[in-house]
Design a protein around this ligand. Structure first.
Ligand code: HEM
Ligand code: HEM
Length: 129
C-alpha cells in the first residue's frame, strides 16, 4: 500500500506538471509523459495485487466475502483506478472529455485511497496481538 500511495504522489506531481506545461505552452520535458504513463500502469498493477491479496485472504479466513465496509472501499478504488487508466488511453487533443474524466477520477481516487486505508486499518486490528 505504501508503494501504491507513493506511485499516486508521483502521478500527481508528474500529471500537474504536464497540465501546466500544456496550459502555458512550456516545452514538454521528454521523459515526463512516459514516466507518468509507466508509473500509472505500475499503480494499476499494485492495486490489483492488493485486491487479489485481500480477496484470497478473506476467502481463506471466512470462506466468504463482505465482512466489512473495506470490501466496498476496495472495489471503489479498483473501479476508479481502471477508469483513470482507461480514460488516459483516450486522452488526445481532440478528446478533451477524456482529460476531464481522467483528472476528476484521480481527485476522487484520493478519497478512495483514504477510505480503503482507513477501513483496511480497522479490519487489520483483529489480526494484530
Ligand atoms: C492510472 C494510470 C494512469 C495513466 C496510464 C495516466 C496517463 C496519462 C496520460 C497519457 C496523460 C496525457 C498526457 C498528455 O497530455 O499527453 C495524463 C495526463 C494527466 N494525468 Fe494521468 N495517468 C494515470 C493516473 C493518474 C493519476 C493517479 C493522477 C493524479 C494523481 C494523474 C494526473 C494527471 C494529470 C493532472 C494530467 C494532465 C492533464 C492535462 O494536461 O490537463 N494521472 N495521464
Ligand atoms: C488499494 C488498496 C486495497 C484494496 C483494493 C483492498 C481490497 C480488499 C478486499 C476486496 C478485501 C475483501 C474484504 C471482504 O470481503 O470483507 C480485503 C480484505 C482485507 N484487507 Fe484490503 N484492500 C486494500 C488495502 C488494504 C490495506 C491498506 C489494509 C491494511 C491496512 C488492508 C487490510 C485488509 C484485511 C485485514 C483484510 C481481511 C478482511 C477481514 O478479515 O475482514 N487492505 N481487501
Amino acid at each position: 500500500m505504501g508503494f501504491t500511495l507513493f506511485a499516486y504522489l508521483l502521478m500527481g506531481i508528474s500529471g500537474i506538471t504536464l497540465f501546466f506545461q500544456r496550459q502555458f505552452s512550456i516545452p514538454r520535458t521528454s521523459w515526463l509523459r512516459p514516466l507518468h504513463y509507466i508509473t500509472g500502469w505500475i499503480m494499476v498493477g499494485l492495486v490489483l495485487l492488493l485486491l487479489a491479496i485481500g480477496i484470497v485472504g478473506t476467502l481463506g479466513h471466512y470462506g466468504s466475502l463482505g465482512h466489512s465496509g473495506h470490501l466496498i472501499a476496495g472495489l471503489l478504488v479498483v473501479f476508479l483506478v481502471l477508469v483513470s487508466a482507461g480514460s488516459a488511453t483516450q486522452i488526445s487533443p481532440k478528446r478533451s472529455w477524456a482529460r476531464i474524466i481522467h483528472v476528476c477520477t484521480n481527485i476522487l481516487l484520493l478519497v478512495g485511497f483514504a477510505g480503503v486505508t482507513f477501513t483496511g486499518w480497522e479490519v487489520v486490528q483483529k489480526y494484530l496481538p
